[in-house]
Design a protein around this ligand. Structure first.
Ligand code: GLV
Ligand code: MG
Length: 303
């Protein structure tokens, strides 16, 4: 079964207090960050903090991820080597930011294989989450999604993405001023989702930076949840519950999905019909597939 990633909590690797606090929070995933939330002069210390937090902390019940620096930086190889050599048995995935080309993923895949072999860890055991956050990344997203069997998710990085396309706004996730028709993010959210689903990957939405505006967070999260996204980043404990709720089906939808599955099972097997009525609603094999998606998410959420 796919890992649950409704809420993916960003934790700066340079902040030991946050690394401690994150362990008690109800996020589905935590990612310990070595990239943009860590100042250049604090990168080495952050690696040490992250290794210590993984080794000594209690992360049970959470997907454990480390975000390394991007493949074009001089920090990237040491991030991978130090973190995997010292805590590779406690990492579920590495997150690779600013992925623009299959070569970036191929590099990380190869380096991980070398490390896993050298350390006696299961080869292929550490997964990859790829952040798509530039025009070039989006243009190459299909090839990137197919670049490695280690890939588990594509992650939209709205802040870097908006900068990369020169979008005329400073507020991440909100519509740019002057754009009055439709949703300025529809294309990119859909494009990334298509690449993810075409390759059996999860699709994760990025951060909402106005951390005190939980209603704003919910509104923006509902947009990607409605399209089918699996989860969203959270930057603050106050956003976690909202993300877990928005990316779980409602109880009503979940119950309805289970009802469709039961009714369809009965009609196809006992009555040998491909299409049937459930109340006023006609259901067939495609309805069953839609219901399966909602039911799986509901079961994962414990509904
Ligand atoms: C996240 O990394 C972003 O750039 O939005
Ligand atoms: Mg970014």
């Amino acid at each position: 079964m796919m890992r649950s990633r409704r809420s993916c909590l960003a934790v700066p690797g340079s902040n030991p207090r946050f690394l401690e606090k994150a362990q008690g929070l109800p996020a589905d995933e935590v990612f310990l960050d070595l990239e943009d939330s860590v100042a250049p002069l604090a990168k080495e210390e952050a690696r040490r903090n992250v290794v210590a937090a993984l080794r000594e902390g209690d992360w049970s019940g959470k997907v454990r991820v480390v975000r390394i620096n991007d493949a074009t930086t001089h920090w990237a190889y040491r991030d991978v080597i130090e973190v995997v050599e010292r805590a590779g048995d406690r990492i579920d995935c590495l997150m690779l930011p600013k992925v623009e080309d299959v070569a970036h993923v191929a590099w990380l895949d190869t380096l991980l294989t070398q490390l896993e072999r050298g350390l006696g860890l299961p080869v292929g055991g550490i997964g990859i989450e790829a952040q798509i956050e530039s025009a070039r990344g989006l243009v190459n997203v299909d090839a990137i999604a197919a670049a490695s069997p280690r890939l588990e998710t594509l992650v939209f990085g709205p802040a870097d993405f908006m900068a990369s396309i020169n979008m005329r706004t400073l507020v991440v996730g909100e519509q740019p001023p002057g754009y009055t028709e439709g949703d300025a993010y529809h294309y990119v959210l859909m494009r990334l989702l298509m690449a993810a689903r075409a390759h059996g990957l999860q699709a994760i939405d990025g951060p909402y930076l106005q951390i005190r505006d939980v209603d704003g967070f919910r509104r923006v999260a509902r947009r990607s949840a409605a399209l089918g996204y699996d989860g969203k980043w959270v930057l603050h404990p106050g956003q976690i519950e909202a993300a877990n709720e928005v990316f779980s089906p409602s109880q009503e939808d979940y119950d309805h999905a289970e009802l469709i599955l039961d009714a369809y099972e009965y009609h196809t097997t006992v009555r040998r019909r491909g299409a049937a009525m459930l109340g006023d609603e006609m259901i067939d094999e495609a309805s069953r597939k839609m219901a399966l998606v909602i039911a799986a998410k509901g079961r994962a959420a414990g509904l």
